[in-house]
Design a protein around this ligand. Structure first.
Ligand code: ADP
Ligand code: ZN
Length: 628
């Protein structure tokens, strides 16, 4: 007979199996609730520690005779590593997906039906097949179906950016197995998506756990695009040499070009996008996970579920489509809690492109309206002159607070806090620019793009100026006091604010209704002074909540031990065909190198060393440490 989970068991398991001393944040409450058989919806940022929220209850309930936990995950390519990590920790887990031979699949099914498995990972399309549902029913009749964990639950929502129609069928789990507890997890927190998840997965009675979305170790920076590739290269060379990072680009072509260019500049970079042959894509992903210090240049096809802990930066060369996407993508940096950078280069063309993509999409007006609102929020973040973190969190309805719960206006760890940008009163400049567009319109109804507009404002003669006689316009040369770059900045900010829009193949400019109020002087406009981003150097360890034990902090002898431990780990990882961090994370190795434990007992005290790993690797580690 299954027994209830004793209240002390989860913490014991956390320490024994995973080698961690305490739950973080909401984890303890979530684990207790699920262990007791409750349903839960968990909203936690990437890197917050969602996996343990279902793994610990799964292990606890299995020990108490409740049977197997089924984990729904859309990420077939990553199941192997996730299961490998659990087995390394001594937890019997398996996956079922199309990569298995029929013999392998049969073996897993036997393990499943026997009740020996603690966790089974499977893709949603597998779970809702008649065959699999029949197996689940069979387990349920034997009382051996302990838990459903639905990972990446935002995939059920069309508002999320990763909608998967197979997720819709998961409502059947609740209909067929109403007594089996369910935990749904996501890092996407906005209202619409949340409501959608609850409705579509029938989680109305689930307890909702919302964690703080702050990622204190991530430094946010958004710079103005000048020569984006060179800016990116400088950023990587100055601040992240030989470190792992992800560079997001919008198009496949740009991914290829950027990866090739970085490689030519001596950065080890690989491309990843949905247009690459599946084998090659898989190989690149594997290399990124297994090797150190690689840069992945990718479209948004890359990243969901990538749990590599030591990604030191995420760079955007193009604007994502909204803050949710930006937050998810940047959230892939610094899961290990060590300082990491979220860096984006952003310019006029980004604003224009994103607006155009919405306008030209076949979606209905209502949908477009929501999308436009979401884009506007992201543009406001990009143009902001105040703290990025405060704004990001406000977007997720969270007030940024100090540990005593007092609201804060500044984080001290984003570009705007570290180097407050100067602003200027751009009202007059904005009026000049808007009236110039207005004159074009009056003068024959023709529309023009940014280049011509700026030429006219600055009084720069060109063939086009002559052709249209624009040197005779009243707005000719009224803006000679500003440079071309400054005018681009003014225009970008006006487009971002929605006073000007750009349309068609040539991105010609037109006035929005709201421009009238600016022209009449009823709205004043404060603009960022375009500045050369100051050189910043490595992320400082004093900022954020940099965890102790970072490799760079080691004194020389400890650093040498750390390198030996890494070499040893690389061997083991190769033998087990798993990524190195699945064996031990860098922070754990660094702590070993620093403390230099002499006994298995001492080694077992280090965070990240569970009982199984101590048994399997303890002696070898002591030997490596001894030899150094
Ligand atoms: P998420 O799935 O929410 O993005 P993960 O479950 O991958 O996050 O956890 C992020 C990192 O934090 C992992 O390296 C994990 O081992 C670590 N971690 C999670 N919970 C704890 C904890 N209670 N103590 C120490 N480390 C933890
Ligand atoms: Zn800040």
């Amino acid at each position: 007979m299954p027994a209830p989970v004793p209240s002390s068991l989860p913490l014991t398991l956390l320490q024994e199996v995973f080698g961690y001393s305490a739950f973080r944040g909401e984890q303890a409450a979530i684990v207790d609730h699920v262990c007791a058989g409750g349903d839960a919806l968990v909203l936690m940022p990437t890197g917050g520690g969602k996996s343990l929220c279902y793994q610990v209850p799964a292990i606890a309930r299995h020990r108490q005779g409740h049977g197997v936990a089924i984990v729904v995950s859309p990420l077939i390519a990553l199941m192997h590593d996730q299961v490998g990590a659990l087995e390394e920790a001594g937890v019997h887990a398996a996956f079922l997906n199309s990569s298995l031979s029929s013999e392998e699949a049969q073996h897993v099914e036997r393990e499943l039906m026997s009740g020996r498995l603690t966790l089974l990972y499977a893709a949603p399309e597998r779970i809702t097949t008649p065959r699999f549902l029949a197996q689940l029913t069979h387990l349920q009749e034997k009382g051996l179906l302990s838990l459903f964990a639905i990972d990446e639950a935002h995939c059920v929502s069309q508002w999320g950016h990763d909608f998967r129609s197979e997720y819709l069928a998961l409502s059947t789990l609740h209909e067929r197995f109403p007594e089996v507890p369910r935990i749904a997890l996501t890092a996407t927190a906005d209202e619409l998506t949340r409501a959608d998840i609850i409705e579509r997965l029938a989680l109305q009675d689930a307890r909702v756990f919302i964690s703080s979305f702050d990622r204190p170790n991530i430094r946010y920076a958004i710079v103005e695009k000048e020569k984006p590739r060179e800016q990116l290269l400088r950023f990587i060379q100055d601040e992240h040499e030989d470190e792992a990072g992800i560079v997001y680009c919008q198009s496949r072509k740009k991914v290829e070009e950027t990866a090739a260019w970085l490689t030519g500049e001596g950065i080890r970079a690989l491309p990843y996008h949905a247009g690459l042959d599946a084998d090659l894509r898989m190989r690149h992903q594997d290399r990124f996970l297994r090797e150190e210090g690689l840069v992945m240049v990718a479209t948004i096809a890359f990243g969901m579920g990538i749990d590599k802990p030591d990604v030191r930066f995420v760079a955007h060369l193009d604007l994502p489509k909204n803050i949710e996407a930006y937050y998810q993508e940047t959230g892939r940096a610094g899961r290990d809690g060590e300082p990491a950078d979220a860096w984006m280069a952003y310019g006029l063309a980004d604003v224009v492109n994103q607006r155009r993509m919405i306008d030209e999409s076949p979606a209905g007006e209502e949908f477009k309206k929501i999308q436009r609102g979401k884009l506007d929020a992201l543009l406001a973040l990009a143009e902001a002159t105040d703290c990025r973190r405060v704004r990001l969190l406000a977007y997720f309805d969270e007030t940024y607070c100090d540990p005593q719960g007092r609201p804060l206006q500044q984080c001290g760890f984003c570009d705007n806090c570290l180097h407050p940008p100067a602003t200027w009163d751009g009202t007059e400049a904005a009026r000049k620019l808007l009236s110039c567009i207005y004159r074009f319109h009056q003068n024959g109804g023709q529309r023009f793009g940014a280049g011509h507009l700026i030429d006219v404002l600055r009084g720069k003669m060109s063939d086009k100026v002559a052709q249209y006689g624009h040197q005779h316009l009243s707005t000719w040369a009224i803006g000679a006091d500003l440079s071309e770059a400054q005018w681009r900045g003014v225009l970008r900010q006006l487009v971002a604010l929605g006073h000007v829009f750009a349309e068609g193949e040539y991105s010609t400019l037109a006035l929005a209704d709201s421009a009238r109020r600016v022209l009449r002087g009823e709205v004043s406009i404060r603009l960022r002074v375009a500045t050369q981003a100051p050189k910043r150097g490595k992320v400082s360890r004093s900022g954020g909540t940099a965890a102790k034990g970072a490799p760079v902090d080691l004194e020389p002898a400890a650093l040498a031990r750390f390198e030996l431990l890494k070499a040893w780990r690389a061997e083991v990882a190769r033998e087990h065909s798993l990524p190195a961090y699945v064996i031990f994370q860098n922070v754990t190795l660094a702590e070993m190198a620093r403390q230099r434990p002499q006994t298995l007992d001492e080694l077992g005290q280090i965070s990240g060393v569970g009982a199984k790993k101590l048994e399997a690797y303890g002696r070898e580690i002591l030997r490596v440490l001894d030899a150094s």
